[in-house]
Design a protein around this ligand. Structure first.
Ligand SMILES: [Zn+2]
Ligand SMILES: [Zn+2]
Length: 248
């Protein structure tokens, strides 16, 4: 009975915490289409999920630690405004709010929580980000071969490195991207070539280092190859977004 009451008390506190936190419905750009999702901002995490019953029932919750987040406001396009991007090492996506003020509120609240969280943990902001996936509707043609036209019979695939849409023939390879997944995910043939050559250069450099003096400290890693497809590109906006922004 005492346990039951204690749990009830803890649960009540949890529910009160959720109800008092900053939250609301935002539109998330998913690969098939834009979908309404409920978002809750806590001191250290951002939680979002699908809406089953408004203000009653949500499901498929995702948790994003704020210390891994980078925010980026996006330019207004003909189709959409009030957008920004949430980028993390595992997943990046576009969100839009109902008004400019709402977008600004979300961005400033998230930034404030991120700052506090980084200060309290002493961690540095993440610089490696997953490429956001280009929405399916944006293009019907494979980015690599520029020949294959997607249809109900010819499937689209997303390259996990650059986020572009490619055909099956142009995305046969897998390459280990430790930030994304412990298993090598699907990458397009262009990204595969870049990743493989970067790995070769790193291995060659490591071979030279060991041959010269195995006790020398490791040199800093090589910068990623300069390409529009790099997921950790220094360009703040993903390449496909700039290219297709009027179609999103
Ligand atoms: Zn192709
Ligand atoms: Zn790619």
């Amino acid at each position: 009975m005492v346990d039951h009451l204690a749990n009830k008390e803890v649960n009540s506190q949890r529910i009160a915490a959720v109800e008092s936190c900053f939250g609301g419905v935002l539109t998330k750009q998913c690969s098939k289409k834009a979908k309404r999702r409920i978002f809750f901002l806590f001191n250290d995490i951002l939680v979002y999920g699908s809406i089953v019953l408004s203000k009653r029932k949500y499901r498929s919750q995702h948790i994003i630690p704020l210390e891994e987040v980078t925010l980026e406001p996006l330019p207004k396009t003909l189709q959409a405004k009030n957008r920004w991007m949430i980028k993390t090492a595992k997943k990046s996506f576009v969100l839009s709010a109902a008004s400019t003020m709402e977008r600004q509120e979300w961005i400033s609240h998230i930034e404030e929580c991120m700052r506090t969280q980084l200060l309290s943990t002493g961690r540095q902001p993440t610089t490696e980000h997953a490429a956001p996936w280009i929405p399916d509707k944006v293009t019907d043609i494979c980015k690599c071969c520029t020949q294959t036209r997607f249809s109900t019979l010819t499937r689209r695939h997303h390259c996990r490195k650059c986020g572009f849409l490619v055909c099956a023939g142009c995305s046969r390879e897998r390459f280990l991207l430790p930030c994304l997944s412990p298993k090598p995910p699907r990458v397009c043939s262009l990204c595969y070539r870049e990743l493989a050559s970067q790995k070769q250069r790193e291995e060659a450099r490591e071979g030279i280092r060991v041959a010269l003096n195995p006790f020398l400290p490791l040199p800093p890693p090589l910068p990623p190859p300069s390409s529009s497809s790099s997921s950790s590109s220094s360009s703040p906006t993903p390449s496909w977004f700039c290219f297709f922004q009027d179609r999103i």
